[in-house]
Design a protein. Structure first.
Ligand code: NCD
Ligand code: ZN
Ligand code: ZN
Ligand code: ZN
Length: 438
């Protein structure tokens, strides 16, 4: 496949980090070539010009937690459709979780996902490698081979399943420290979540749904912090969902343990009062918790106890979601709605600046994954991986209109002020005004 020559791009009238007066940004050969009020004057006559009307310019977003469903469930998402959703959401790099069919538990599969991502060319697609063969939690995979392959796998996770056996987790952490890779844990003690479909609390009790207690998550977070400490390893906590997890993360960080954590937009915004409708679209792992959990998660993201936002974009077919709550598959779409939600919750409230938002959606996730060309400052000479945000659009979410092949969004019909109106990936526009650009 021939890589298209990247044109010279001129972004007219953008505000880096939403600060100061609008400037022009000239992008050439995949990098920021000039930036300032007069940068446009250096543009060649054939430059591709985008007038952006004072929109906010941010580093392109990095998602540490995406499900792309290829190989195996291409009816619900493909690397191509998921990459388009990512580009529309302002993402320039995504980490594709290993629970595909077959799973990404060997180098053949991880290299193939990486290669297809490159061919699609809408964002960096980094396959996550499985920690254990078949995500069964028993036998460690050949992490070294996946790390040394074409995909250069940097993150390993059995997400969807917890690496529940403490001895297996201990060995995985020891091995990962030697390889310089990161283990990301889906923290769920399976002995405490048999048959669970909803957060264990008053709502589930009233609705007659089997509960997933907070302790199922927190006991694994505490255990893994201690295992990481003793292994001298790093550990990353996927989709933190409870007040207690926030307290444990603060404790572990205060002890100097190398622990990081992500939170999803849905756990920041929604709580289990949504379940009153019995609508399967609200079923997700970990489950939507209570209002105080969502508040603690927002505060932890602002304070840095939680490092970043990750979408846990989890496409599912209509027939797998539009059924009785307990029979619905867990998971919801996230890539195209993450920025509007985080902005609504944390920028509009005054709790965060756009620069803070860039930290939690781009800078920190890039650092955690060890990416060197993502999450970079908006400066001359830096790689042009950028997201353009209109803070005052009025965008209503319609699942059927999303680029994802699935439509399982819990935000159907909701209107948001902020929206991504352009994404630049390695110097090329990959989305503009709600359209992904091939
Ligand atoms: C995810 C999926 O559908 O793959 N589902 C979910 O509810 N979050 C798996 C996971 O992230 O645990
Ligand atoms: Zn890149
Ligand atoms: Zn998970
Ligand atoms: Zn997941």
């Amino acid at each position: 496949m021939t890589v298209p020559e990247s044109p010279t791009l001129l972004l007219r009238r953008v505000r880096p980090y939403g600060e100061g007066d609008p400037v022009d940004v000239l992008i050439r050969d995949g990098r920021i070539a000039a930036l300032g009020p007069g940068a446009g004057e250096e543009a060649p006559a054939d430059a591709e010009v985008h007038d952006l009307d004072g929109a906010v310019l941010l580093p392109g977003f990095v998602d540490l937690h995406t499900h792309l469903r290829e190989p195996g469930r291409e009816d619900t998402e493909t690397i191509a459709s998921g990459s388009a959703a990512a580009a529309l959401g302002g993402y320039t790099a995504v980490f594709a979780m290993a629970n595909t069919q077959p799973p990404q538990d060997n180098q053949t599969v991880t290299d193939s996902v990486w290669r297809i991502g490159r061919e699609v060319g809408l964002c960096d697609v980094h396959p996550v490698g499985a920690v254990t063969v078949g995500l069964k939690g028993e036998q460690l995979t050949e992490m070294g081979q996946m790390a040394d392959g074409a995909a250069k796998v940097k993150i390993f996770s059995d997400d969807g399943m917890c690496v529940y056996d403490p001895l297996v987790m201990r060995r995985a952490l020891e091995y990962s420290a030697g390889l310089g890779v990161l283990i990301a844990q889906h923290a769920e003690e399976p002995r405490l979540t048999r048959g669970a479909v909803a957060h264990e609390g008053p709502t589930a009790a009233r609705l007659g749904l089997t509960g997933w207690p907070r302790s199922a998550e927190e006991s694994i977070v505490a255990r893994d912090a201690i295992l990481a400490r003793d292994a001298g390893a790093r550990v990353h906590i996927c989709h933190a969902s409870t007040t207690g997890t926030v307290e444990l993360l603060a404790w572990a960080k205060s002890q100097g343990i190398s622990i990081t954590a992500e939170v999803t937009p849905h756990h920041l915004l929604l709580d289990d009062s949504r379940l009153e409708t019995y609508d399967g679209v609200y079923r997700v792992n970990p489950p939507l918790r209570e209002a105080h959990d969502a508040r603690a998660l927002r505060e932890a993201l602002v304070s840095g106890v939680i490092d970043c936002v990750a979408t846990d974009h989890a496409p599912h077919a209509a027939q797998e979601k539009c059924c009785e709550f307990a029979a619905a598959r867990p998971g919801m779409l996230g890539l195209e709605t993450a920025l509007p939600i985080v902005a609504a919750l944390l920028i509009d409230s005054g709790d965060m600046t756009w620069r803070d938002l860039a930290r939690v959606m781009s800078v920190r996730p890039a650092e955690i994954a060890g990416l060197t060309d993502q999450g970079r400052p908006i400066e001359v000479g830096e790689p042009a991986n950028l997201a353009v945000v209109d803070p005052d659009s009025s965008w209503t979410v319609i699942g059927e209109d999303l680029a994802s092949l699935s439509a399982n969004t819990p935000y159907e019909g909701m209107t948001f002020a902020a929206r991504v109106v352009g994404t630049v990936y390695h110097g090329r526009m990959t989305s503009r005004d709600g359209k992904a650009l091939a």
